[in-house]
Design a protein around this ligand. Structure first.
Ligand SMILES: [Cu+2]
Length: 144
């Protein structure tokens, strides 16, 4: 009987620690947005997303103040041609990370707004499958 109660208490403690750590279970680092000329209607954001929990987490949606809409894309090679395809979500493996980089998975900013070109940073808000949101301010970098 006593062992049972202790087990319940330990389980409770584990659950509450999980809830407490919710805001830091995902870390975003090395984020930036590709600078593009005024004539461009799209650009992409790149970053590393790490997951310190023992369950996979998915990036489910994103919003930016500099773009009408934001999608997740992946470059893939088919018949020797590079193509972009839309992803519904981006998986961040348990105790691991995913790197969004040129020619790989990226966050696509579509319908760039006027203020995108006036600023040196852009706001990007990421929503994850565990309910947390990350508010990022990413530098805009020209890639040559
Ligand atoms: Cu794309």
């Amino acid at each position: 009987m006593k062992v049972w109660i202790r087990r319940l208490l330990i389980m409770g403690a584990l659950f509450s620690t999980g809830a407490f750590a919710n805001g830091t279970s995902v870390q975003v680092s090395e984020g930036y947005v590709r600078g593009v000329p005024q004539s461009s209607e799209v650009t992409a954001a790149y970053m590393k997303i790490s997951n310190s929990t023992s369950s996979p987490i998915r990036l489910v949606s994103a919003q930016s103040d500099g773009a009408e809409s934001v999608e997740f894309h992946e470059h893939s090679r088919s018949n020797g041609m590079m193509k972009m395809r839309q992803l519904a979500t981006v998986n961040v493996p348990a105790n691991g990370s995913v790197t969004l980089e040129p020619m790989g998975i990226h966050v696509m900013l579509i319908g760039l707004k006027h203020q995108f070109f006036d600023k040196k940073t852009v706001k990007l808000s990421l929503r994850f499958s565990d309910g947390q949101t990350q508010e990022l301010v990413l530098p805009i970098k020209r890639l040559e």
